[in-house]
Structure formats: structure tokens, C-alpha cells
Design a protein around this ligand. Structure first.
Ligand code: NAD
Length: 485
């Protein structure tokens, strides 16, 4: 990055501010850099710059020109791949292999994917009969909504932010983006990329800061923000919705999860164990889709718990650059939250099969936010640790005896984001999957994503769907033009 203090990017200019906050490495608690927290005036300026862009050069771009610009963004992310990898690793401490193979490539792929999709779109029209026999034709024109506020979390920083920025721009909008205060670096690199490829001024604006009483809230409440797209905690979604309610702003929310994995006795054992290790502990358990509730059919229960614990204990925890499988949690503050659930689980009667504590390295990593992968059994279905999202490397495993019982357990949740079903009986798999109250259900896998498919959750897990055409629909306003013949 070209600066040691990360700046805001407003109307095509990088801007410092009067207030700064520290960006801390979660691997050892050291300072990465300072970040300029956008003031209310700067948020206002960013929104106004976006609004102006909607009537400037950007508005005159053809779809093809817009999409070519997004391809250039993807090319430039790929050209600066190593910078993005280093920045994401510094902010999150996540495993090198994940950042290299998922986070950054998907960041670039999101721009290419939505550019291609937007190019393919055709305007629809219908002719209709009228009583005078002359008829009429209805043309549907998809217009951009206007200024879109993009508010994103820290767990997959570039990937989740571009998942929203790319379709919003492909649909012709201008954006004001706020990354999480925990992970400001790749968003700042993306602003540099936008600048370098010549994105018209004001189309992409970046403002750093926090949520309540800060940048996030200023964005949500701004009268010239026309739509809000948000990924984060369910209770933040509630706060945003309340603040957006007066102006009835459209919202797209991708929120929390308390996802179930169901392992039937006839599952391919090795694949189910390996899949559940991934689904429980990937990214230190900090993926909204992670399985925090694992249900195993009773004949397989003991064997499964033992095998999962053995594999969990082999996960190498440590620094990404030293080839660790699992990095730290995002921050000490988040570790306090996860540890409070570890304490609560014991109070609620859990048996700790493995983990449940902070590792002791005897070096600088002890100043970081590491925690051991943890497996519990023995909790009741109404225990808070079985009902509330923890967002750490932890799962509870419970036995079940029949299909109806486990469907009941899986659906007995305030959340409804994802589920994973492991069985070799495809009829049973299809039957169970169709009854899951979630946005996505995997059969014999986890985290496999086709970007064309709808993505989102039910209940506390979200509002609306993004992905493929669903994204373009959210970021567009259809106008019907009815022409009488
Ligand atoms: P968070 O809700 O704390 O913060 C997300 C973003 O919202 C941050 O940029 C934050 O600064 C901002 N924010 C906070 N309060 C705000 C307010 N009142 N107004 C405006 N903005 C505000 O979430 P997090 O801790 O960064 O991320 C973890 C959460 O995200 C988990 O609950 C996880 O399940 C969820 N998540 C969901 C998905 C999904 O696709 N469903 C994907 C990833 C993460």
C-alpha cells in the first residue's frame, strides 16, 4: 500500500481526516497502520459525489463500457494479487492458502462474473390485447437505483465487499463503501485500483470507520442513499433497518447463522468427517456458513465424535506465513466473546471433548487472538450455546435417532442460513434438504458456490437474495413503459 495511514476515497480523492484508529494484527497484537475515520461531513461528501456521478460520465456509459471497466478492475486486482494477499493476511491472520485460493481470486472473479452477467441481460417486452383491437406493448427498462451504501464485515473482507460492489456497479449505480473497522486494508487497495483503472470520479467511494455514531450510521441515515446492502450480524441488521425505515430504503441483508450439519449413519464416513472439519473450523470458525450444530445418527455418534476430535487436534494453529491451517480470531475483543461462550457451555453442562481454551505458544503469538478448535457434546437443544451464533472454531455434536427428529432439531433455530446433509441415500438427502428452513443446503459437501444461484437466509439470517440475476434485480429499479398502438 502506498501509505502507512489508510485514507478515505471520496469523489476520486484520497482524504485523511481529523480522527484516526489503529489497525491491529490479530496474530500478535502489533500495529499494522493507522486509519482515517471519516467524519460526518466526509460521509456527506462521499454520498454527494456518488449522487453527482449518477448524472455524470458514468450515466452516459453503455452497458458494454461499464462492464469493460469492471473487467479492468478484475485485471488490476490480479496484477496486484500479492499486495492484496499480504493486506488481507495482515488484517485477518487467516491461512495463506485460503487468502490465495479463495478471498482474493473471488474478489477479482466477482467483477468479471457480474460484468459478464450484465452484458447478457436483455430488456423484456410484452404485447397485450386492447378492446380497440390495436393492442399495446409493455417494455421493461432496468434502471440503476442510484447511490448504494455497501457495509461489509471482517470475516471475508474483499470477497464479501466485492460481492456487492461488483453487481451494484454492473447495474449502473454508484457506491459508498464501508469496510469493517477490523479489516480496512483491502478496501483501500480496491480504491487504489478504481483510481488506477480510471473509474469515473464518485462512482466508487470508500469511507472508513465504525457503526453506531460513526460512518456506518451516517451512511444509513443519509437521505441521498437510495439502497443499503449489508453483511454482518443479525442485530446490526435490525439497527440498520430501524435507521433506514423512515425513508423506506430497500435493504439486502446477509446476516448471521447457527447452521446444522446432519450426518446419517450411511454417510461416507471419511468424507463426512473431513467435510465437517472444514465446515466447523474453516477461517477459525468465522464463516457465516460454518456448522456450529452437528447432529450425528446414533449408531455413528461415538465413532464420529472421536474422529472429529482427533482431526481437530491435528489442526496446526499459528501464523499464516508459517503454513498454519488455522489463524487467530479477528481480535482480542472477539476472543473475549467466544471465551464467554466456552465458560457458558461448561455452566450449561457441556462435555468438552477437545479445546475450550487459549493455546500457549511461549512467543509473540501469545499477544494475538488465537483459540483452540473446540468440540462439545451433552448440551440440551435449548442451551444458549446451541441457539446463539458464537462465530468461532466451535461445534456441538448431538445424537439423533430418526429423520423427523433431526429435521426438527435443525429447523428449531432463530436463524436459517445454511445446512449440510451427509448421506449416500440420495432419496433421503433430497427429502431432508427440501425441508430445511435455510437459504442453501449442501448434500455431501459444504461451501460450494455457483455464483449464479441465489444466496441468502431466512428468519434472522437475512432479507432477500443476492447472487446472479438476484443481485442485478436488487441493484436495479424496473420501469414499465406501456406503449399504446
Ligand atoms: P457486524 O454486524 O458487527 O459489522 C458489520 C459491519 O457493519 C461493519 O462494517 C460495522 O462497522 C458495521 N456496523 C455495525 N453497526 C452498525 C450500525 N449501527 N449502522 C451501520 N453499520 C454498522 O458484523 P461483523 O462482526 O463484522 O461480522 C460477523 C457477522 O457477519 C456474523 O454474524 C456473521 O454470521 C455475519 N456474516 C454473514 C454472512 C452472510 O452472507 N449471511 C457472511 C459473512 C458474515
Amino acid at each position: 500500500m502506498s501509505t502507512t495511514r489508510l485514507k478515505n476515497y471520496i469523489g476520486g480523492q484520497f482524504e485523511d481526516s481529523d480522527k484516526h484508529f489503529s489497525n491491529i494484527r490479530p496474530v500478535d497484537g502489533t500495529l499494522i497502520c493507522e486509519v482515517a475515520e471519516a467524519s460526518k461531513d466526509q460521509v456527506d461528501a462521499a454520498v454527494e459525489a456518488a449522487k453527482e456521478a449518477m448524472s455524470g460520465q458514468w450515466a452516459s456509459f453503455s452497458v458494454a463500457e461499464r462492464c469493460d471497466m469492471l473487467d479492468k478492475v478484475a485485471d488490476e486486482i490480479e496484477r496486484r494479487f500479492d499486495d492484496f494477499v499480504a493486506a488481507e493476511i495482515a488484517d485477518t491472520g487467516k491461512a495463506h492458502v485460503q487468502v490465495k485460493n479463495i478471498d482474493i481470486p473471488r474478489g477479482a472473479a466477482n467483477f468479471r462474473f457480474f460484468a459478464n452477467l450484465a452484458r447478457e441481460q436483455q430488456e423484456k417486452s410484452w404485447t397485450m390485447d386492447t378492446t380497440d383491437g390495436q393492442g399495446a406493448t409493455n417494455h421493461i427498462v432496468n434502471k440503476p437505483i442510484g447511490v448504494v451504501a455497501v457495509i461489509s464485515p471482517w470475516n471475508l473482507p474483499l470477497l464479501l465487499m466485492t460481492w456487492k460492489v461488483a453487481p451494484a456497479l454492473a447495474a449502473g449505480n454508484a457506491v459508498v463503501v464501508k469496510p469493517s473497522e477490523e479489516t480496512p486494508s483491502t478496501a483501500t487497495l480496491l480504491a487504489e485500483v478504481m483510481d488506477d483503472v480510471g473509474m469515473p470520479k464518485g462512482v466508487f467511494n470508500l469511507v472508513h470507520g465504525f457503526g453506531p455514531g460513526s460512518t456506518g450510521e451516517f451512511m444509513v441515515e443519509h437521505p441521498h442513499v437510495d439502497a443499503i446492502t449489508f453483511t454482518g450480524e443479525s442485530r446490526t441488521g435490525t439497527a440498520i433497518m430501524k435507521n433506514a425505515a423512515d425513508r423506506l430504503k430497500p435493504v439486502s441483508f446477509e446476516l448471521g447463522g447457527k447452521n446444522a450439519a446432519i450426518i446419517f449413519a450411511d454417510a461416507d464416513f471419511e468424507k463426512a468427517v473431513a467435510g465437517t472439519i472444514r465446515s466447523a473450523f474453516s477461517n477459525c470458525g468465522q464463516v457465516c456458513l460454518c456448522s456450529e450444530r452437528v447432529y450425528v445418527e446414533r449408531p455413528l455418534f461415538d465413532k464420529f465424535v472421536k474422529a472429529l476430535a482427533q482431526k481437530a487436534e491435528k489442526i496446526k494453529i499459528g501464523r499464516p506465513e508459517e503454513g498454519a491451517d488455522m489463524g487467530p480470531l479477528i481480535s482480542r475483543e472477539h476472543r473475549e466473546k467466544v471465551l464467554s461462550y466456552f465458560k457458558l457451555a461448561t455452566e450449561e453442562g457441556a462435555t468438552v471433548i477437545t479445546g475450550g481454551e487459549v493455546p500457549n505458544f511461549g512467543d509473540a503469538r501469545d499477544e494475538g487472538a488465537f483459540i483452540k478448535p473446540t468440540i462439545w457434546t451433552g448440551l440440551s437443544e435449548d442451551a444458549r450455546c446451541v441457539r446463539e451464533e458464537i462465530f468461532g472454531p466451535v461445534c456441538h455434536i448431538a445424537p439423533f435417532d430418526d429423520e423427523a427428529e433431526v429435521i426438527g432439531y435443525a429447523n428449531n433455530s432463530d436463524y436459517g442460513l445454511a445446512a449440510a446433509v451427509w448421506t449416500q441415500d440420495m432419496d433421503k438427502a433430497a427429502r431432508v434438504a427440501r425441508q430445511m428452513e435455510v437459504g442453501i443446503c449442501w448434500i455431501n459437501d459444504w461451501f460450494l458456490r455457483d455464483l449464479r444461484t441465489p444466496f441468502g437466509g431466512v428468519k434472522l439470517s437475512g432479507i432477500g437474495r443476492e447472487g446472479g440475476i438476484h443481485s442485478l434485480e436488487f441493484y436495479s429499479e424496473p420501469l414499465t413503459i406501456c406503449v399504446k398502438h
